[in-house]
Design a protein around this ligand. Structure first.
Ligand code: TYM
Length: 320
């Protein structure tokens, strides 16, 4: 049975880019193997500096992930920090990681370009991520496109370890769903917590409407035909509408006679309806005070079993 692993940082609140890029495909993959999904709170420490905020975000990500439909009877959900062996493996991997490989990481350069301070943790972020993946003998890693290079780095490090110390690691495969590999934010760039352009999965109604209404468009007047292919509104609607509804909206774009404000209202209604069962599930989970904790404890137990086996193998292979 393939092992499927992925992580999500608790650096903020989950948005619909996270949902369509990773959460939904990852939850669907639970049917194909054993899922190990974790809240990447070590990674979040590269950007969050307030301990209360980090703790709260981490719990909230676990709750929201469960509300989105993760089935804890068919996989493990846990905090990254409940398997601290990953930091040991990250150290071991860092001793073979070529500087040039890390210097080429887009995500690092992108974070600096968006004003983050260059820290050693930010620079070695992909090494910890490689440890996250390799420590569970993972086969498949469902992610959005922005993580693709990180999986390639993981594979490079696994190969390097295997060449140096003998066969230790399996080579994981990224699984990126083409239709949702990069979900756009309200400004048309990739939706991202750090760009401030998100629509949250569990935002309140007023805020969600406001975010949708703030989607940036061109200035075509109502009468003029519009191009659905280049419209963020249409791209987001395509994620939540039915096939027929999407076709109708596309037609209305091309015909002219309807304004962007109209399309935004339609998008908001559809989005709100789409996430309604998950909001309901979230309320149910919240009513059971111990549910999330119990899931996390069970998940950490299973994750530790696998991680301890792999680490025994790694330590023996490298001479520790
Ligand atoms: P993070 O927390 O930034 O995002 C979590 C997942 O959501 C996907 N995603 C998107 N997909 C499509 N369109 C978007 N606009 C969008 N925004 C985010 C991301 O691709 C990701 O799959 N480094 C990882 C966390 C991590 C991890 C791991 C992932 C740590 N260790 C091991 C896989 C395996 C990250 O920062 O994801």
């Amino acid at each position: 049975m393939p092992r499927i692993i992925s992580g999500i940082q608790s650096s903020g609140v989950l948005h619909i880019g996270n949902y369509f890029g990773m959460i939904q495909p990852a939850i669907a993959l639970q049917a194909e193997g054993e899922a190990f999904y974790f809240i990447a709170n070590y990674h979040a420490l590269t950007s969050v500096r307030d301990p209360n905020v980090l703790r709260e975000n981490s719990r909230r990500v676990a709750l929201d992930f469960l509300a989105c439909g993760f089935d804890p009877d068919r996989g493990a959900l846990f905090m990254q920090t409940d398997v601290p062996q990953v930091t040991e493996l990250a150290w071991i991997l860092s001793t073979v990681a070529p500087m040039g490989l890390l210097e080429r990481a887009h995500s690092y350069k992108d974070k600096l370009a968006h004003g983050m301070t260059a820290s050693a943790g930010l620079f070695t972020y992909p090494v910890l991520m490689a440890a996250d993946i390799l420590i569970y003998d993972s086969d498949i890693v469902p992610v959005g496109k922005d993580q693709k290079q990180h999986i390639e780095i993981t594979r490079d490090l696994a190969v390097k370890m295997n060449e140096t110390f003998g066969q230790i690691f399996k080579l994981p495969e990224p699984r990126i769903r083409a239709a949702t590999e990069t979900v756009p934010g309200v400004d048309g760039q990739k939706m991202s917590k750090s760009y401030g352009n998100t629509i949250d999965i569990f935002g309140d109604e007023k805020e969600t409407r406001k975010r949708v209404m703030s989607i940036v468009t061109d200035s075509k007047p109502v009468d003029e035909p519009k191009d659905p292919a280049t419209s963020t509104i249409f791209q987001l609607f395509s994620l939540v509408g039915s096939k027929d509804e999407i076709a109708v909206m596309g037609e209305r774009f091309r015909k002219g006679g309807a304004g962007y404000g109209d399309f935004k209202k339609q998008l908001f209604e559809k989005l709100w309806e789409y996430f309604s069962p998950m909001r309901k599930r979230r309320e149910e989970i919240l009513a059971d005070k111990l549910y999330v904790d119990n899931v996390l404890v069970r998940g950490a137990g299973r994750a530790n079993e696998v991680a301890n086996d792999v680490m025994t193998r790694v330590r023996a292979a490298v001479g520790l």
